[in-house]
Design a protein around this ligand. Sequence first.
Ligand code: UDP
Length: 238
Amino acid sequence: MSKSSVKILGYGVDDYDFEQALDYAQNSAGQVVTINPEMILTAQKSPEFTRIINEAELVIPDGVGVQVGLRILGHKIKRIPGIEFGRSLLERYAASGKPVALVGAKPQIIEAAVNNLKNEIPNLNIVYTHDGYFINDDEIINEIVSVSPELVLVALGSPKQEFFISKLKSLLPQSLMIGLGGSFDVWGGFVKRAPKICQRFGLEWLYRTLKEPQRFKRIFPTLPLFLLKVLKEKISRG
Ligand code: UDP
């Protein structure tokens, strides 16, 4: 399948819908980045993070901010929520019994998430799990490499998870890996996703901010600043 991508503030986002992205990912190896405004602003200050995003095999638009930004630039692209994408990948890999690994979140949370996933997804072949509060990346990376998973889900928050995956992918070049932020907290039953109506209108960020007001500081300078930069880009493109 040939891939086309669109650019936002210099970062490529692949122009796929959910199913196309899933088909592409399932038949590929390497890193999937679920990009959002916060990551783009962080990457603008970090050449290393920029390199990681640019070298990712697939970049999907996670969240309404990137969708709105792309709309401003004249591209109509649908959001692909990372949490749903990760879940569908697990289902597809389970269908063929392929080995998967999960790394991230607090110990009791990943344990609950794995139990729930095993109950909900038949034939899920989990060969490795570890919580996300380790000191030595290389130790965990060596453990993962030694069990050769074909899919690795990493939930350490961004950009930590993208840096971790970037190291891992050079040692496991045949496997697919994706960073999933707070997804294990949801799968473990510790955090609720926003109601469907909020999801539909792209207001998950508002729901999460109201539930966890400490996120306000994170989201609020970010989203308007990101959209302002996109507007500036639009104006300069003419
Ligand atoms: N986390 C982790 N190790 C760390 C820092 C964070 O495993 O050193 C986990 C944290 O427990 C949570 C997830 O990473 O499960 C980050 O969630 P958050 O909602 O902040 O991520 P976002 O989706 O906003 O990037």
